[in-house]
Design a binder for this molecule. Structure first.
Ligand SMILES: [Ca+2]
Ligand SMILES: [Ca+2]
Ligand SMILES: [Ca+2]
Length: 234
């Protein structure tokens, strides 16, 4: 492979890695048409209760220093140096976003003005409910489900949890059982060995005595037979 091809491969891998590193932050919820007190200041305001909620889908905290949020027209918010999202956490920007209820775009860029995430909505953004990813952090945008009597959830999942669900812990690969040690070959049965009684008599030689004869000698009858032969025993 030519050197310039390798150079493009390495360049592409570096760019891809950089993109992956910044893809942990996503636009998670948009409220363009507030019908409730989303920022909790005690009043419902069409501008101040608008919000964009960001979520960190990664485990590491992320600094948003100099990151920007824009609508379809211009940058509406620049994050200061202290802006930070903990791992699996949220950060919400209220007010000053000028989101059109009939349709608009939300564009998130990092401090180097690289695109991180963007979402464009239509008339569904003007129905008094927020638009939220489902599942939070990773899913497509849907109309925010009712949670209690509200249809928005700044700083929480749409069902009221302050952090994104943690990813499942990967089970370690099962360790295969070691091969069982082979059993030793069974010893042959002693009965299978030929005994003296099983051996054929050699050709022309004396016959092998029967086992009973050997037993008589072992019981001490041989001396008795000798005494009888010598006339000691009539
Ligand atoms: Ca609006
Ligand atoms: Ca409010
Ligand atoms: Ca939310």
């Amino acid at each position: 492979m030519k050197h310039w091809v390798w150079a493009w491969v390495v360049f592409g891998a570096v760019v891809s890695c950089l993109t992956c590193a910044e893809a942990a932050i996503v636009i998670n919820e948009i409220l363009a048409d507030p019908a409730g007190d989303a920022d909790g200041d005690g009043a419902i305001n069409a501008l101040k209760d608008e919000f964009v909620e960001l979520a960190n889908t990664g485990a590491a905290a992320e600094s948003l220093s100099n990151w920007t949020l824009a609508d379809a027209i211009q940058v509406r918010h620049t994050f200061d140096a202290s802006a930070n999202i903990p791992g699996y956490g949220f950060l919400t920007v209220f007010g000053g976003l000028s989101l059109n209820n009939a349709g608009d775009s939300v564009i998130l860029k990092d401090g180097g003005q690289n695109l991180v995430d963007a979402y464009t909505f239509g008339p569904e953004g003007g129905k008094d409910v927020a638009l939220t990813r489902s599942p939070d952090g990773v899913g497509a945008f849907i109309a925010h489900p009712a949670f209690g009597n509200v249809f928005f959830s700044p700083g929480k999942t749409f069902d009221g949890v302050s952090y994104l669900p943690l990813p499942p812990v990967e089970e370690p690969a099962p360790v295969p059982d070691p091969e069982p040690a082979p059993f030793p070959e069974p010893l042959p049965d002693p009965d299978d060995f030929p005994g003296p009684q099983d051996l054929p008599a050699p050709e022309g030689g004396p016959a092998v005595p029967e086992p009973g004869t050997w037993m008589l000698f072992s019981l001490g009858l041989a001396p008795v037979l000798n005494r009888w032969r010598r006339g000691i025993i009539a």
